[in-house]
Design a binder for this molecule. Sequence first.
Ligand code: HEC
Length: 136
Amino acid sequence: MRHALLTALFAGCGVAPAEGFDAELSPVVRAPEPVQPMQPVEPLPVEPAPTGLPCDVHAALQAACAGCHVGATRIPPFSTRDDLVSLGAKVGQRLSSTTAPMPPPGAFRPLTSGERALIDAWVSSGMPAGRCGALR
Ligand code: HEC
């Protein structure tokens, strides 16, 4: 019945339905959505990650400390800012220690004087959080 009706309809306007045309399966054609004009995008606020380290401090610790301290079992392990906060003043003390400095003499990578000054400043300003995550 429906098919006959459609055929009649198409015949009426002089267009024959294409071979295999199936009114039930043919997709519904919609008018495209009206395009919205672009809105200015507010930048997302960048919140420091609670356990994040400032990226420059992260880079220095990653280069000169991570190799021994990340995942360590016999020496105090540290990888997050929280770990360093709980070591507290020891971090700064060992950086400038003359008897037991960190990294120890002969370690794979000494700190440059710039890196030492950077970490010292970070420790003495209370180890503020930054956007770079844990050491690996
Ligand atoms: C070559 C391996 C090695 C490297 C590199 C190294 N450490 Fe250590 N660290 C040790 C060992 C071993 C100990 C434990 C023995 C000791 O206290 O001297 C230690 C102990 C410490 C302690 C003392 C913790 C406590 O409870 O007293 C701190 C703080 C520390 N390291 C910080 C650092 C920092 C910061 C760096 C990078 C600037 C670093 N270490 C690089 C091997 C290393």
